[in-house]
Design a protein around this ligand. Structure first.
Ligand code: IDP
Ligand code: MG
Length: 142
């Protein structure tokens, strides 16, 4: 499996619970390296642009309001199979369905306040990384 990069966001609920360190520890212990990081509070407009792929979904408005409701920590993770590995560590979108020991099982309260975002494909990872970071902000560990 190839080395990949993926975008991770620690969402406002998890930032508010002060569990940034616990979430990053899980990434590092599973072979992912944080190669870029930035804390930002998105405007509603920026949130709408980031989640544009979900514009037709009924919960789009709530989703944008939530991600803009407080500061988030955006990161680029790098490692073998990083996209799928991050999704595995995150757990299912709905924390009630998330496997025990995943980030969402341990830290998410609901399907909207679900602690973390992770890119779902190589194509979306490249777009999402470019949304938050320029090449100069990214420091490969390889
Ligand atoms: P993902 O975050 O696991 O990739 P997606 O289907 O891409 O899940 O949905 C993006 C985000 O939209 C989810 O993380 C969640 O916060 C929110 N979301 C997904 N489905 C629902 C829903 O049915 N109601 C409210 N929010 C939802
Ligand atoms: Mg998704």
């Amino acid at each position: 499996m190839a080395v990949q990069r993926t975008l991770s966001i620690i969402k406002p609920d998890a930032v508010g619970k002060n569990v940034i360190g616990d979430i990053i520890r899980r990434f590092e212990e599973n072979g992912l390296a944080v190669i870029a990081a930035r804390m930002v509070r998105l405007s509603k407009r920026e949130a709408g642009a980031f989640y544009a792929v979900h514009a037709e979904r009924p919960f789009y408005g709530e989703l944008c309001d939530f991600i803009a409701s407080g500061p988030v920590l955006a990161m680029v993770l790098e490692g073998q199979n990083a996209i799928a590995l991050n999704r595995q560590l995150m757990g299912a979108t709905n924390p009630k369905e998330a496997e025990a020991g995943t980030i969402r099982a341990d830290h998410a309260d609901s399907i909207d306040a679900n602690a973390v975002h992770g890119s779902d494909s190589a194509e979306n990872a490249a777009k999402e990384i470019a949304f938050f970071f320029s090449d100069l902000d990214i420091h490969s560990r390889r």
